[in-house]
Design a protein. Sequence first.
Length: 131
Amino acid sequence: MARRKSRTLTEVELEFMQVVWKAGEVTTEDVMKALASQGRHLSDGSVRKMLSILVRKGYLSRRRLGRGFLYKARVDEREATKKMVTDLLKRAFDGQAALMVATLLESRTLCKKDIEEIKRLIASRDKEKAR
């Protein structure tokens, strides 16, 4: 059975996009160096293939630079992460945001500071809705 194409960023695609978001514009070599510094050593061909996929999916644009290309994000980080969370909400929690939040709270990975920030965000959202 063929693997389903992801509507959002895969784990590896996200790693590449984080390099691009941090740097602004990158060459294939820039991506290879950044990923190598994180312990991920990839061939030039593998990096070019992944960048090409990200261009095709609409996350990156590219322009000619000598014999290669310079890549730049077409989608900002906040928009991409929002799309990923929305996709997770639909697929894993059947669109039930409360269930997703309950699962997050039960995971015990949240510190007190995170919980206080979540409370603040909810209170702020409530004030906006009341207007």
